[in-house]
Ligand binder design. Structure first.
Ligand code: AR6
Length: 179
């Protein structure tokens, strides 16, 4: 599924983020930037040890709701943007922190002249954020950013499993109908 937001493209596909050829890929990291399971584990395995070496050398962790950037090592993408989403708690801060993780990632794209990025579904695996809610927040945040930032030409959500894909498709349909 693909839509235009002004002159930019917002796309939703099923797949493996480590195989994306966008300029950057997003990672669902933790605040310690310590690596882990899920998509984080997959990105570090495919990208190789230079990712962790760069994280350790440049950053002392990353607050929840923010993001940091490294090179892509052996990945096809030139950069990885390590975003830290919230662990779902049911608190009113959860949506704000999730939205901020995407927005800060997009700001890093703008600052680094990156015009295409693929995101995983941040926080909806190990961190337990319900996909129905998280998908709306993710898509709305990206759409709002693209409206103001034509320098980002393409944002692709790469969803690992068919259920997550379906939920994102439904959320995007709802959001576009609401325009
Ligand atoms: N490509 C795309 N999506 C993937 C891939 C992949 N290769 N592998 C998994 N996913 P999660 P979180 C999906 O748990 O909830 C780590 O330990 C997965 O199916 O990776 O933000 C970190 O270090 C799910 O839909 O991230 C943190 O400690 C989505 O990616 C913690 O987990 C996110 O699931 C972060 O948890």
């Amino acid at each position: 599924m693909k839509i235009n937001v002004q002159k930019s493209i917002l796309e939703i596909v099923q797949g493996d983020i480590t195989q994306q050829e966008t300029e950057a890929i997003g990672n669902a990291a933790n605040a310690a930037l310590a690596g882990g399971g899920g998509v984080d584990g997959a990105i570090h395995r495919t990208g190789g040890p230079t990712l962790m070496a760069e994280l350790k050398a440049k950053y002392k962790g990353c607050p929840t709701g923010s993001a940091v950037i490294t090179g892509g090592g052996n990945l096809k993408a030139k950069y990885v943007i390590h975003a830290v989403g919230p662990r779902y708690s049911g608190s009113p801060k959860d949506p704000e922190l999730l939205s901020s993780a995407y927005r800060k990632s997009l700001e890093l794209c703008t600052q680094n002249k990156i015009s295409s990025i693929a995101f995983p579904s941040i926080s909806t695996g190990i961190y337990g954020y319900p996909v129905e809610e998280a998908s709306r927040i993710a898509l709305k945040t990206v759409m709002d950013y693209l409206k103001e930032h034509p320098e980002i030409k393409m944002v692709r959500f790469v969803l690992f499993d068919s259920n997550t894909l379906k939920v994102y498709q439904e959320a995007l349909t709802e959001l576009t109908n609401a325009f």
